[in-house]
Design a protein around this ligand. Structure first.
Ligand code: IMP
Length: 174
């Protein structure tokens, strides 16, 4: 890494190893089922695409986009659906796939919203969790890594739409 502002927190290899473990757990928990994985755009795209290729039960995918931080690193507290699902989730085993849980506002809102659509089951997997920053109580069902309260980028996560392409997860130093 040549950029002085970037410090590696998790290497691509560490992330890949953990995703294999998560996928094995999901394959076991959803044995005989056909879960619908809902990726939260845009940050979860890389995690979702790596995860589904390791899962050994047939899955479907769909995407939602919700309003997020914009170019600031602080949460506005306002969640808005920018892109909704293309299908009904009634009676389905739904797994929301998120990049990071920070304040918990986004997933808290998404879970409440999707529950009203009557899925058979609804769970959440996040690659990263920053529990120190919670504004509302939220526990993911599956979590890749619990991380300290640092702003991270790479592996799909951005700062002002930059850095998503980095293979490692990095801390963005001011
Ligand atoms: P929450 O609603 O505060 O839990 O925020 C969730 C969303 O905020 C994530 O899906 C990310 O888009 C964004 N976010 C939170 N923390 C970070 C970070 O450290 N780096 C990049 N994006 C973040």
């Amino acid at each position: 890494m040549t950029d002085e502002k970037l410090e590696v927190m998790l290497t691509a290899e560490q992330i890949g190893n953990r995703i294999r473990e998560l996928a094995a757990q999901i394959s076991k928990d959803y044995q005989g089922k056909n879960p619908l994985l809902i990726g939260v755009l845009k940050g979860a795209v890389i995690f979702l695409s790596d995860l589904i290729r390791q899962i050994e039960v047939p899955v479907e995918i769909d995407f939602m986009a919700v309003s997020s931080y914009g170019v600031d690193t602080d949460s506005s507290g306002v969640v808005r659906i920018l892109k909704d699902l293309e299908q009904s989730i009634q009676g389905k085993d739904v797994l929301i796939v998120e990049d990071i849980v920070d304040t918990g506002l986004t997933l808290n809102y998404l879970r409440e919203n999707l529950i009203t659509r009557q899925p058979k089951t609804l769970k959440v997997i996040t690659l990263l969790d920053k529990p120190d920053r919670r504004k509302v109580p939220f526990e993911p069902d599956y979590c890749g890594f619990i991380i300290p309260d640092r702003f991270v980028i790479g592996y799909g996560l951005d700062y002002g739409e930059d850095y998503r392409h980095l293979a490692d997860l990095c801390i963005l130093n001011p």
